[in-house]
Design a protein around this ligand. Sequence first.
Ligand code: 48H
Length: 266
Amino acid sequence: MRLKPVEEVDVTRAIVEAAAERLRDIAEVDVVVVGAGPSGLTAARYLASKGFKTVVLERRLTFGGGIGGGGMQLPAVVVQEPADALLREVGCRLTPYHFRRHLYLVDPAEMMAKLATAAIDAGARIILGMTVEDLVFRTFNGKPRVKGVVVQWSSIVLSGLHVDPMALKADAVVDCTGHEAEVLTLAARKMPSLGIEVRGESSMWASRGEELVVEKTGMVCPGLYAAGMAVAALYGLPRMGPVFGGMLMSGKKIADVVESTLKKRL
Ligand code: 48H
């Protein structure tokens, strides 16, 4: 079967029209999730399935964050019970580790693809190559509240050219940017009145780090939330190495926290 002919200009028009429509659509959303790693993709899936208009903004041209690197770039990732259930929900095939039956192995490429597919199928939109470089805020009774994000194409950021960014409006912004906690760090620097201090993660203690990341996942200030490794960076929690149960559970928890706080405001 022969491919049908393609006019270059039709391709151009089709892309520009579709992209304009998509960007117009995400200009105002319920939730912006920053970062498409394990915590961000999981948060987005649950938020979208709860009915929130959700967009994930990812700096790179791929999703998955730290999943793809596995542990020391070996193609296997470990999750522990009960987080295995979250991977089963999205159709990942898990193999129990014979020596410790509560640990499971999963293929990193499968995990990245299926977490992203599930988030998209739940209704979340993922925009690749977009960097969040600032926040939008307002004050209410003298106290700041985060109202959105300021975005720029990552290619522009990397070029070093001065090109003004644009803003997206959101009721909730979730920092899922991993080790650097980028959104929290810029909030701490630019809005000192928020009283945010990003302490930086501490050295490895896998079990404790996993437990505490989930426990401390939550709202940081009105409109701004944290999940995943960003939580460890914020509170100085131990790192855990290439075990991902805490990231998944943190993503699930933040969706519940956002739901309860946004509902309360209605
Ligand atoms: C847009 C951005 C920006 C920005 C960053 O690193 P991630 O995988 O984050 P988590 O928290 O979901 O998972 C952490 C896990 O992968 C990990 O590293 C673990 C468990 N480490 C333990 C240890 O001991 O080392 O994903 C974050 C994503 C990445 O894809 C970034 O590109 C993206 O966020 N990102 N996107 N705007 N300003 N900053």
